[in-house]
Write a protein that binds this ligand. Structure first.
Ligand SMILES: [Zn+2]
Length: 109
């Protein structure tokens, strides 16, 4: 696959995964406001556009990474992606714990 084809493919995947957000919201408007913790990046995403892979629910951003990774054969399955995101999840947890304490020191005008 040449580079142009590759970029085209990635854009195609991005579009189709983004489209899932619209479809989900059309089907059930409440999911646009409902949050969940992504099993992949550990951040809070919205249910709309999230994708379930095997035992994991991934946010829309991670779904793009998963689809592209699978398409390009960078990963063989979702478990590999989940494992490779371990540090990212730790970071997200760390930030969620310590952000609240650091933002208190900032002065709000
Ligand atoms: Zn995620």
């Amino acid at each position: 696959m040449n580079k142009d084809k590759l970029l085209e493919k990635i854009e195609e995947i991005q579009e189709s995964v983004k489209q899932m957000i619209q479809d989900d919201i059309e089907e059930n408007p409440e999911v646009a406001f409902e949050g969940f913790q992504c099993d992949c990046c550990g951040e809070t995403g919205i249910l709309a556009g999230s994708v379930i892979y095997e035992d994991y629910r991934l946010c829309n951003d991670c779904a793009v990474i998963a689809e592209v990774g699978l398409e390009l054969k960078k990963i063989n399955n979702i478990q590999e992606l989940i494992d490779s995101m371990e540090e990212k999840r730790f970071e997200a947890l760390y930030t969620s714990i310590f952000d609240s304490s650091t933002s208190n020191s900032e002065s709000s005008n």
